[in-house]
Design a protein around this ligand. Structure first.
Ligand code: FAD
Ligand code: NAI
Length: 328
């Protein structure tokens, strides 16, 4: 019997590692506490259509990631997004076009992680609470008290605070992960029956409760949805209002949006709020992955690199590479 490699987390980092290991002929088994894959690239299905509440778009700067994004594009689940971009600073709204190529999942962000997952074995709705080593192999315990295993190696592909609690068997790695601060983001979606009268499709915002806003239907593959907008609060505002009820968050960010557009805004026909507790690392790192190869434990995720989709994918590749290197 081949003993599989356990991967905790089916965000893009965990799936990137899983794909690389599977391609190298190893069997893997993934776990996620959510009912679906994608993590911060997941898409919320709602009465107003599919809403990308987390990652909005991504850029590709590293040659390896550029190549894989081109393959995803050829397969149809990634497309280029060319929004009419604005910038809002000191109460001034201005057009802010640039040459940057930006990518989105097609027809929703989660199409990417769904395709990466393919037929890989995953146990969903399974929150791992403990990772421990027996005489020869690793086992995982979940929140229901069920033990999973045996596994030859473990890859932890979760945000840093969640990784820290799973790293009791590797205290050095736990110490590094514990030092990574991850900041929250409140996300709100608003849908309007009558489209808002603005050419704006995306806006970078400074010195404001808001940090970013996007017109969902300007993204490829989303044309038929109503006029839905996704608003992201800044880290500072999100931290300050971490425990605000959702209705109050929606009201505050809706108000900030109306002020930014400088118009009387209709009441939205649909609203949704989501709090991302561990949205982004406070600073970027250059670790690639954290590993203890002798133990057989590897850690990856966006926080090991740039705190972006690209960084998360690269980190998963790096974890897989380190693991394979040690087997040689
Ligand atoms: P995640 O996607 O967080 O995956 C971790 C997975 O682990 C999750 O599915 C979680 O459920 C699971 N998990 C955690 N703990 C456990 C446990 N104990 N047991 C089992 N499963 C567990 N990036 C960009 O490049 N461009 C953007 O525009 C952009 N915008 C963003 C906007 C927001 C609001 C947020 C939140 C993020 C944004 N990002 C953006 C960042 C980007 O989404 C992340 O960098 C990337 O998706 C992280 O992937 P990951 O695999 O490292 O982690
Ligand atoms: P990018 O190159 O488009 O943006 C990087 C940053 O440059 C932007 O945040 C913005 O400040 C600035 N910028 C870029 N183009 C601009 C323009 N035309 N006008 C004005 N400012 C502009 O994309 P990159 O480097 O891939 O970054 C990803 C994006 O994801 C960033 O905007 C980042 O803030 C966002 N993000 C948000 C998270 C959250 O929790 N809200 C988490 C992680 C990333």
């Amino acid at each position: 019997m081949t003993v599989p490699i356990a991967i905790i987390g089916t965000g893009i980092a965990g799936l990137s590692a899983a794909q690389a290991l599977h391609a190298a002929g190893h069997s893997v088994h993934l776990f996620d506490k959510s009912h679906g894959s994608g993590g911060r690239m997941s898409t919320k299905r709602s009465d107003a259509g599919a809403l990308d509440m987390g990652a909005q778009y991504f850029t590709a700067r590293d040659r390896r990631f550029v190549e894989v994004v081109q393959q995803w594009q050829a397969q149809g689940y990634v497309a280029e997004w060319t929004p009419q971009l604005y910038n809002y600073r000191y109460g001034q709204l201005s057009l802010s076009p640039d040459e940057q190529v930006r990518w989105v999942g097609n027809p929703r962000m989660s199409a990417i992680t769904r395709a990466m997952r393919g037929d890989l074995p995953v146990t969903f709705s399974c929150r791992i609470t403990e990772v421990f080593r027996g005489v020869q192999h690793w086992s995982l315990q979940d929140a229901e008290g069920v033990t999973h295993g045996p596994f030859s190696h473990v890859i932890i592909a979760t945000p840093a605070p969640q990784a820290t609690t799973l790293l009791a068997a590797a205290p050095k790695l736990a110490g590094v992960a514990a030092g990574v601060l991850m900041e929250p983001t409140w996300a709100v979606a608003l849908a309007f029956d009558t489209p808002l009268e603005t050419p704006m499709e995306g806006c970078f915002v400074q010195d404001n409760p808001l940090d970013w806003l996007a017109r969902n239907r300007s993204k490829p593959g989303r044309a038929s949805t109503p006029d839905t907008w996704v608003l992201h609060a800044s880290s500072a505002w999100s931290k300050k209002h971490l425990d605000l009820p959702k209705e109050a968050v929606i009201e505050a960010l809706h108000g900030a949006f109306a002020e930014l557009l400088g118009c009387a805004m209709p009441a939205p026909a649909f609203t949704l709020a989501h709090r991302w507790l561990y949205a982004r690392p406070a600073t970027a790192h250059e670790w690639g992955t954290l590993s203890d190869s002798d133990l057989g434990v590897y850690v990856c995720g966006d926080w090991c690199l740039s705190g972006r989709v690209e960084g998360a994918w690269l980190s998963g590749q790096e974890a897989a590479r380190r693991l394979l290197e040690h087997l040689d």
